[in-house]
Design a protein around this ligand. Structure first.
Ligand code: AMP
Length: 176
């Protein structure tokens, strides 16, 4: 089973992806976390470019994101399926590498709620400017990806405003 959990930052996608991967016994592939590790540990020009892009609240280069995810998903622990958090975030990267998801869960949540949650979370890249930048980017770049999965009949919209358990239950009911 190949599953994508998507939604804007602060929608709870990482928490839900972790819970779902545990429940189904599948590998969790957290794209944002892999890129944060790369930014921290990779001293090459490519690694440092990733760090700069993330610091500016931008998406990292499509080729970097696509090849990172492609190589991760080709691993032995992903042979029986995976739960991906955060890839693809635009149509261009989907053309470079398509993870062939069976189901795509979209955690839908209003912008105001996102801002409130993220300011409370206080991660290093959660400055007010970066939050606004990433939300604008989400609407512009990532929403077309939802359209792609909708047309493919794979998109399942979940109301992301509820509590963790409530959202998990809503996802559970739609897993097939
Ligand atoms: P996240 O942990 O999902 O909020 O991602 C944190 C940051 O990592 C994002 O703001 C982007 O800069 C970068 N990122 C995560 N996933 C991708 C992706 N699929 N393509 C490009 N950049 C990404």
């Amino acid at each position: 089973m190949k599953i994508l959990i998507t939604g804007p930052q602060g929608s709870g996608k990482t928490t839900q992806a972790q819970m779902l991967a545990n429940k189904l016994g599948l590998s969790l592939v957290d794209t944002g976390e892999m890129l944060r590790q790369m930014a921290k540990n990779d001293q090459s020009p490519e690694g440092q470019e990733v760090k700069a892009e993330m610091g500016r609240g931008e998406l990292v280069d499509d080729r970097v994101a696509a090849s990172l995810v492609a190589s991760r998903l080709s691993g032995e622990d992903c042979r029986n399926g995976y739960v991906v958090d955060g890839y693809p975030r635009n149509l261009a990267s989907l053309e470079l590498f398509n993870p062939e998801f069976d189901q795509v869960f979209y955690l839908d949540i209003p912008d105001e709620e996102v801002e409130k949650r993220l300011l409370a979370r206080g991660r290093a890249d959660d400055t007010p400017e970066a939050i606004r930048e990433r939300l604008a980017l989400y609407h512009q770049k990532t929403e077309p990806v939802l359209g792609y999965y909708e047309k493919a009949g794979k998109l399942i919209r979940i109301d992301g405003r509820g509590g963790v358990e409530e959202v998990a239950k809503a996802i559970d009911e739609k897993i097939s």
